[in-house]
Structure formats: C-alpha cells, structure tokens
Design a protein around this ligand. Structure first.
Ligand code: NAD
Length: 718
C-alpha cells in the first residue's frame, strides 16, 4: 500500500508531508494515524533532529479531520470502545508535545476537526494566506465534540471566549482570522510557508526556551468565575438559539469547555473523552451524520442514474433582474462564469448591475466587496439591450414575473436567438415546466431551475425535468448548478415540484388545526419544539399571505381531495393583513427589538371559520403538522417524481429548514418506523384523505423496511 505520509530530513529538520493517495483531501483514517504514530516514534528515537514540520503535499487540504465513513461503521460501539479509540488517537497526537525538539504545523488548505487538533498539539501553527486555508472544529455540527484534545487545548491557546464560541458554533476561520485570534502564530504567503516554519524552529532553538513555551501553553486558563458565567451565558443565548437544533452537542461542549478551562489539562482531557463517548452514536449524532453523507453524496451525484454527456457552459444569461434574477446572476459571477443580464426594464439592468458585482465580490474577511475582485468581475458581467444579445450564452435562465402568458411569449422568442445545444431554463416556482415548453422548438433543451430566496444564502436548487427534457439537459443543469456553488436535486415536473409540495401540507394543516380549536401560538410552538425554524403561521407571515394564497391555489387545484381551501387566508388578504411586510398578519410586528404577538384582530377574523366541534386529539399537534408532509413525500416517491429518499431529505433540510438534527423527513420517519407511524395515523384517519396512509408506507410496515432501504444506487466511489 502506498504511504500517506512522507518523511524527509533536511539540515536536521524533519518534514512530514501528508498526501493520502487517491483522495482529494487528506483524511485521518486509522491507517494514516498508524503511519503518523510510527513516524513520530522513529523521530523520537533519533538524536540529531532539531525540529519537525508537519505540512501537506496536497494543495488546498492540510488535514480535513477523521474519515467519517470509517468512523460511521463504529457508531454502535459501546462507550468503553469509543473512549479507547479516542484515547489511542489522542496519545499519538500527545506524543508531539513530548518530542525533545520544536514542532510546527505549516498549514495550507482545510485544517479541520482532527486536523486542527493535530496542529494544536504542535508548538506553533504557521498558516498560508490562501483562500483555501480554513481552520475550525466543526464537530458540534455532527452532534459531537472535538475528541483529540481540541476542547482542552483551544481555550488554553486562544482564551476561553474565543474557544467556546468556535467550538460551539463549529465555524471555520480564514488564515487571517486565525492569526487575528492567535490560533495561528504567523500568517505568510504560501510560497514562504516552509521557510517560515524552518525559521521559527531555528529561532526557538536559538532561544532555548522550548520547555518554557510548552509549559505556558498547557497552563490552566485563569478566568474569574464571573467571566466564565458571562461566556456561558452569552454563547448559550446567541449562536445556539439561532441553531436551536444542535443543542445537545453544542451545549454539552460549552459546559465542558467552561468547566474545565481552569482545571489541570489531564482532567480536561479525561472529561473530553467521557463526553465524546456519550455523544457518539446518539440520535442527534446519527441524524447529523446522515445529513453530512447526504450532502457528500450530492456533490458526486450527476443527477441521473445513467451517465449523460455534458454540454459546455462558458457563458450564462439571466433574463429578469428582480429579486431572483439578480441573485442568480451574482451566484454565477461569483464563480467566474461570464454572465449576460437582460430585463424588459432596461434601466433595471443598469441599476442592478453594480449590486450584482458587489454581491459576487463579497469577501467574508473584509465583510464587504473586495475592490480588486469587483473590478475583475465587472469585466465579465455584460448587459443586454435586447433578447438577441443573449445569443452568445449557452445556458440562459429566465427569472421574469410569475405569469404564464409573459413566460410563454418570452421563452420561444429567446430560444430563437440561441445556438442549437444551448440550454434554456425557467426559475418558475409554480408553473408547470411541460406547459412552458409547449411553444418551444427544442423542448428537450428546456428545464426548470428553481432557486430559493435569498439565492445568496439558499444552497438548494431544484432541477425540474419536463416531459420532453433530455438527459443531457438535466445533467448539464445539475453540473451548472454545482459550478455556481449550489446543491441541485432533480425532480420530475409536477405541482409544487418537491419542496413546495411537501411544504404545502404543513401550511395547510396549520389552518385546519386552528379550525379544529388549536391556538396559533400553540401550533407554532409545537412546530418549533420539533425543531422547525419557523412555525407555520410565522412562515405565512414571512412569505406574505398574498404570495401564499397564490402558491396555495396551485396546490388546491392539483390536489383538491387533500388540500382544503381555507377561507382564512383570503379573508386576511382582503383585510390587508399580509404578514411581516405590512407589520401585521397572524402576528403583529411592532418593530425592531420588540416582541411580535398573535394579532387579536386577525385571530378574530380566523375565528369566524372555526368548526363548532373540536376534533383535536391532545398531544397530536406535531403529528398533525408533520405526518401530512411525510405522506406527501411518500407520494412523490410513489409517483417517481423524487429520484431517491436522499433528495427528499436534502430538499426539506436545505429548502424548508427541516431540522438537520432529525436527519431529514424520511430519515426521521425511519427512526420512528412505518408500523409505529401507521399506529399514530389511525386516530387521525377520519380527518380525511390527507391523513390516509399511502401504499408505500403500508408496504414498509408489512416488510419492515425503511425508506433509506429504497436507496438503490451502488456504493459511492471513494
Ligand atoms: P421580480 O418581480 O422581483 O422580478 C421580475 C423581473 O422581471 C423584473 O425586473 C421585471 O422588470 C422583469 N420582467 C418582467 N417581464 C419581463 C419580460 N417580458 N422580459 C424581461 N424581463 C421581464 O420577481 P422575482 O421575485 O425575482 O421572481 C422571478 C421568478 O422567480 C418568478 O418566476 C418567481 O416565481 C420565481 N421565484 C421567486 C421566488 C421569490 O421568493 N421571489 C423564489 C423562487 C422562484
């Protein structure tokens, strides 16, 4: 087997170069840990070594942490075995701290999780100033904590507040940010990295103060109790509340870091092992790992079961530069795709172009547009003055007003200018792709490309396959979406596509629950307790009741037996109570910093439509909201509109904010089991067809199978 770590010695300085063969990034598998251990043993036995540099020979990846696929096979291990695994791994790292010469991590590229922990055990970290250099401990995002010393070493290095915030948020830092909090000792240009590491070793050797430096680094953090309490309070109240579903791991990590920062290092490490073993294999950990594997799979999924040739996309076009079009153009530009924008309102193009450029050139580090990048990107953003100016584009996305007639007259006109083979896509959210394709000469080259608002933040994109869309078009749309940084799922054309079709029962059921006697805030609270980011009524208010009414109509028309047209929304729209944008909807919005509360007048309007007899079973609020979504998802699978349960779960997590700590809608259903779901649906049966179990669910119950057993694609290549 070829080795993953190469040892060279130059001028008495040992250099360990990481380069895991056949992988895009360096991962710490068991065999890589073993190799590292052997190298460290060899070096410890040599008397003429004056220093050690650990670096990566793989551009863009220092060390991305443990190999999660390998670890996932051990999820069912008992806690003692997990603790053993942790301690054995950490002992290898800890050996670094006892080598009789200075050690330095020379970091270029991703240095995450176990990768950063390796660097923390070194005497210094020197980082290359490249965009790929990212440092972080993302374990809490997987329902875990860092287990190889991260929770004990980081507070001692950068102080308690910074460490607690980094560990609980799982956030990554750029090279400059790492230097800013002294996580990195030096920030250097990438071509100076190795020399800087050597120079640092020479400096420490000359000063002869290695032992003192090490002692200082592992000393307890001395922080008055009041400050510890403040850290605990400020973090628990802030990032965790915006990510309410990482609660267990992130809260536990916070507690651990604060409690053990001023205790001896050995005790802090022992507590870390214990907590890691407790969290390993927990429901939250399993669910979050599932989400990790879903996204990982998506990166390699071409969107089709059989391969199809891709068309070349060198230049994109966007028609309509409103909210969505501007966001789509910025996403393309950000990834250096030359983009032409066009709008019926020519002044809109001139007005919006600078916004598109600054959004595309936005730098996280500067927290503003990077001026040099903006100048560069401005040269590849072109304005069209008529639709014939789009002729040079090989992928054109239409994002004009949601009006069938407007789109049906525009699309063939644009198509006539495009070269054969160019792809035309619509960002429509409610219109059928096959209907829009009717007037086109090349319907095979047309598909839906449904982005979500705001495009800047929402990664998910639905690629909609119309009746006549070709495989090549689908594959190219998937590849293009990835090229511009998005996460595409392929869905067959149909009302609401995937995401809105699964969302519709959630919104719909909330109105039925209210009609049955439940209160607006109680319904929202049940959804939030489950982990949804917004309750259904809060979501109505955010989307706007007029928009919801329009989108809801598509669903009522398509599925009249399941979607009941509640009179509440039209009544509130008529009364001008449209939601947040009007300051009042189901809730009132009195202004920034003030609490919103259920609006008495809106409730009164809604009360007129309440049923005389309540049909509410106690404790069934969450089941009533979530089971209709689940049943709709099973219908999408039965109809073959969703390719795979994984796409459904990606859609609901990244399109609707379904809690990742539940692993996805179908993953969550699998944790309950089909038979148990049928049992809980039974008392809801007389509510109507929307609560009737589908054939797929019944079959799962009969066969004892899980939805994830439907995943038929072969194991992924590594
Ligand atoms: P918008 O009203 O903000 O912008 C529409 C733009 O299209 C305007 O600039 C308008 O001047 C231009 N336009 C209208 N008719 C045109 C024509 N014939 N030729 C060229 N330009 C024309 O709309 P939006 O919210 O950005 O929505 C655009 C599309 O995206 C719609 O199909 C909508 O359903 C879909 N969508 C919207 C959202 C959302 O949340 N806003 C989310 C997903 C998808």
């Amino acid at each position: 087997m070829s080795s993953a770590i190469r040892l060279t010695i130059e001028d008495h300085v040992a250099i360990l170069s990481l380069d895991v063969p056949g992988k895009r990034v360096n991962l710490l598998s068991a065999s890589v840990r073993q190799e590292l251990s052997e190298h460290l043993e060899t070096l410890a036995a040599q008397s003429d070594i004056r220093g050690l540099v650990i670096r990566s020979a793989k551009l863009g990846s220092f060390l991305a942490g443990a190999d999660l696929k390998e670890l996932a096979a051990r999820l069912a291990d008992p806690a003692e075995l997990t603790a053993q695994l942790i301690e054995t791994g950490r002992a290898i790292y800890a050996r670094l701290a006892s080598l009789p010469f200075p050690t330095v991590a020379a970091i270029e590229g991703g240095c995450l999780g176990g990768g950063l922990e390796l660097a923390l055990w070194c005497d210094a970290r020197i980082v290359a100033d490249t965009p790929a250099t990212q440092l972080g401990l993302p374990e809490t995002k997987l329902g875990l904590i860092p287990g190889w010393g991260g929770t004990a070493l980081l507070p001692r290095l950068v102080g308690l507040p910074q460490a607690a915030s980094l560990i609980t948020s799982g956030q990554t830092l750029s090279a400059a940010q790492s230097a800013g909090i002294r996580l990195a000792d030096q920030l250097v240009p990438s071509d100076a990295l190795l020399n800087a590491a050597r120079a640092w070793i020479a400096e420490v050797q000359a000063a002869g103060d290695l032992a003192a430096r090490r002692q200082q680094r592992v000393a307890d953090v001395v922080l008055p109790q009041a400050e510890c309490d403040f850290v605990r309070f400020s973090i628990a109240a802030e990032p965790l509340s915006s990510e309410p579903h990482l609660t267990r791991a992130a809260h536990a990590a916070l507690d651990l870091v604060v409690r053990y920062a001023h205790q001896p290092l050995a005790r802090a490490l022992a507590a870390e092992t214990k907590l890691f073993a407790e969290l390993w294999g927990s429901d939250e950990n399993r669910a979050l790992l599932n989400v990790f594997f879903l996204t990982d799979h998506n990166k390699r999924d071409a969107g089709l079961d059989a391969p199809a040739a891709l068309r070349d996309v060198r230049e994109a076009g966007v028609i309509g530069v409103g909210i969505m079009g501007a966001g789509i153009a910025a996403a393309a530009l950000k990834r250096n795709v030359p983009t032409t924008i066009y709008d019926a309102d020519l002044t809109a193009v001139e007005r919006v172009a600078p916004t598109i450029v600054s959004e595309a050139a936005y730098s996280k580090t500067l927290r503003a547009a990077d001026p040099a990048q903006a100048i560069k990107l401005a040269t590849i953003l072109r304005s069209a003055h008529s639709d014939s100016d789009l002729a040079r584009c090989d992928f054109v996305i239409e994002a004009v007003v949601e009006n069938l007639d407007v789109k049906k007259s525009l699309l063939p006109r644009v198509e006539a200018h495009l070269t054969p083979g160019a792809i035309l896509a619509s960002n429509t959210s409610t219109l059928q792709i096959s209907k829009l394709a009717e007037g086109l000469a090349r319907p095979a080259d047309f598909c839906g490309l449904h982005f979500f608002n705001p495009v800047r933040r929402m990664q998910l994109v639905e690629v909609i396959r119309g009746d006549k869309t070709s495989d090549q078009t689908v594959a190219t749309a998937v590849a293009f979406a990835k090229q511009i940084g998005k996460m595409p799922i392929v869905v067959k054309d149909g009302p609401g596509f995937l995401v809105n079709r699964v969302l519709s029962p959630y919104l719909n059921e909330a109105l039925q629950l209210f009609a049955d006697g439940a209160e607006i805030d109680a319904i929202d609270a049940a959804a939030i307790r489950f982990g949804m980011p917004l309750g259904p009524f809060q979501l109505y208010d955010m989307v706007g009741l007029d928009t919801a009414l329009y989108a809801g109509r598509t669903m009522w028309e398509a599925f009249p037996e399941r979607v009941l047209a509640s009179p509440v929304i039209p009544a509130l729209v008529k009364a001008g109570r449209l939601g947040q944008k009007k300051g009042v909807g189901f809730y009132t919005y009195p202004g920034k910093g003030k609490m919103s509360r259920v609006d008495a007048k809106s409730r009164e309007i809604a009360l007129q439509y309440r049923r005389k007899e309540s049909r509410l079973a106690p404790d069934s609020l969450a089941d009533r909201l979530l089971f209709p979504m689940l049943l709709e998802a099973t219908r999408l699978l039965e109809e073959g509109r969703a390719r795979d349960p994984r796409d459904v779960d990606l859609g609901v997590i990244f399109g609707l904010g379904f809690p990742s700590s539940r692993g996805g809608l179908l993953y969550w259903a699998d944790t309950i089991g089909a038979s148990e779901i049928l049992r809980r649906l039974e008392p809801l049966a007389d509510i109507g067809p929307r609560m009737q179990p589908t054939e797929l669910l019944r079959e799962m119950s009969r066969t004892g199978k899980k939805f994830y057993d439907l995943v038929t694609t072969p194991p992924l290549p590594s």
